[in-house]
Ligand binder design. Structure first.
Ligand SMILES: [Mg+2]
Length: 348
C-alpha cells in the first residue's frame, strides 16, 4: 500500500507559524487578473469589476472525509482543491482563487505538509487559480483541511438549483459511479494489507476507478462547452453525493418531479466489470455512489438538438410536474421511487 517512505522528519515547530506559511506558499504564483494582492499581507485584495463573485467552502476531516492509509498527501491536496472548484463550476462560474487552511497534529512532520501543499500547488497550476491566503495551526488529533473557493461570472450566466421546469431534460457530464467503486477497491486492499503487510496488490484492472477516487477533476471545461453550444442550463449541481441525492436537491428547489432512466446512465466498462466482481448492482452504485464531481443539470427541451450525440453529455431523464414524484425507470420499465442514500463524505 501507499505509505510515507520519506525518512526525513522536520518538526513544524522549528519554523514557527510565519516561517511555515512562507515556506509552504513561496512557490505560489498569481494567475488571475482579479487578484490584486495574494499572500503576504493581512488580507488578499480582489477586484472583479462589474462581474459577480461566487464563494464556496469545504471542510475535510481525517477519518471522516479521507483516510491517509491509501490517500497519498499529494493527492489529498489536489483533491481538496478540486472538490471546491467543482462547486464553483456548478454555479456556471469560473474558479479564480482559493484560501487554504490546515490544522495538523504533531504526528505530521514538515515533509508531510510539503507533500500536501505540492498537491495544492499542482491543482492551482492545472486550473490556473490563485492561492491567496489561509492559515496553518495545530490540532489535537489528525488533519483538518478547510478550503474556500471564489469564482466569477456575469450575473446572467450564473445557474442556480431552482430553475428547472417540468418539461426540461436532465443531463449529466462524463460517467458516474467509478469514484465510489475506486474507494471499495482501495478499502479492500487496505484490509488485505492489514492482514499481510508484504502483499503486493495488482491494481492494473482498477486504474480508472482508483484515479477517479484519488485524483478527480473539476469540470471547469463544461462552462465554455455549453457557452459554445449556446446552452444555458436552467438548474445545475455538482455530483458529490451521488446523482440520486443531487436530483432530489434540484427537484426540491425547482419544485418539479423527475424520471431518471436506468438504461441511459453513463457507466464506464471498468466500473461495470468491477461491480460484477464485487457482486454489487451497478445501477444502485451509479445513482447512490458519490465523489464523481461531474455536473448534473437541466436544459430546456428546445435545446435537445444542440446537445444530442455530444460525447461530453448524456441525457439521462426529464423533469415532470411536481405531483408525479421522483422515479427511476428501470430497464424492465418499472418505476422505482428515488431515495436519498447520499454518501456522507466530501459532501456539498
Ligand atoms: Mg455541490
Amino acid at each position: 500500500m501507499i505509505e510515507d517512505k520519506n525518512p526525513q522528519r522536520t518538526s513544524i515547530a522549528q519554523l514557527g507559524e510565519f516561517g511555515l506559511i512562507d515556506h509552504l506558499t513561496k512557490n505560489f504564483e498569481i494567475n488571475q487578473e482579479s487578484t490584486l494582492k495574494g499572500i503576504g499581507d493581512d488580507a488578499a485584495v480582489l477586484d472583479f469589476g462589474t462581474r459577480k463573485t461566487v464563494v464556496s467552502t469545504d471542510l475535510l476531516i481525517e477519518g471522516v472525509h479521507f483516510d491517509l492509509a491509501y490517500m497519498p498527501l499529494k493527492h489529498l491536496g489536489y483533491k481538496s482543491v478540486v472538490v471546491n472548484l467543482s462547486d464553483i463550476c456548478a454555479m456556471n462560474a469560473k474558479p479564480t482563487q482559493i484560501t487554504v487552511s490546515v490544522a495538523v497534529s504533531n504526528r505530521f512532520p514538515l515533509e508531510a505538509l510539503e507533500e500536501l501543499y505540492e498537491g495544492i500547488a499542482r491543482a492551482a497550476k492545472e486550473y490556473k487559480i490563485d492561492v491567496i491566503g489561509g492559515d496553518t495551526t495545530s490540532s489535537q488529533k489528525g488533519m483538518i483541511i478547510s478550503i474556500t473557493a471564489l469564482g466569477e461570472a456575469d450575473e446572467n450566466e450564473i445557474v442556480y438549483r431552482n430553475g428547472a421546469k417540468a418539461t426540461d431534460l436532465l443531463v449529466v457530464t462524463g460517467d458516474i459511479g467509478a469514484a465510489y467503486m475506486g474507494l471499495q477497491v482501495l478499502e479492500r486492499e487496505k484490509q488485505v494489507f492489514q492482514v499481510n503487510p508484504n502483499s503486493q496488490p495488482d491494481l492494473d484492472a482498477y486504474t480508472y476507478l482508483i484515479e477517479r477516487q484519488l485524483k478527480p477533476e473539476a469540470r471547469t471545461d463544461i462552462r465554455s462547452l455549453l457557452h459554445a453550444l449556446e446552452i444555458k442550463p436552467t438548474a445545475m449541481i455538482d455530483v458529490s453525493d451521488g446523482i440520486s441525492s443531487e436530483i432530489m436537491h434540484l427537484c426540491k428547489q425547482s419544485n418539479v418531479g423527475c424520471n431518471l432512466y436506468e438504461d441511459k446512465l453513463p457507466l464506464d466498462p471498468q466500473f461495470i466489470s468491477v461491480c460484477e466482481e464485487f457482486n454489487i448492482d451497478s445501477t444502485t452504485i451509479a445513482i447512490n455512489g458519490g465523489e464523481d464531481y461531474e455536473l448534473l443539470f437541466t436544459i430546456a427541451m428546445s435545446d435537445f438538438d444542440k446537445i444530442k450525440g455530444n460525447p461530453n453529455f448524456t441525457i439521462i431523464g426529464h423533469m415532470t410536474e411536481p405531483g408525479e414524484g421522483l422515479h427511476l425507470v428501470t430497464r424492465a420499465n418499472t418505476k422505482i421511487q428515488l431515495k436519498a442514500r447520499g454518501w456522507n463524505a466530501l459532501s456539498e
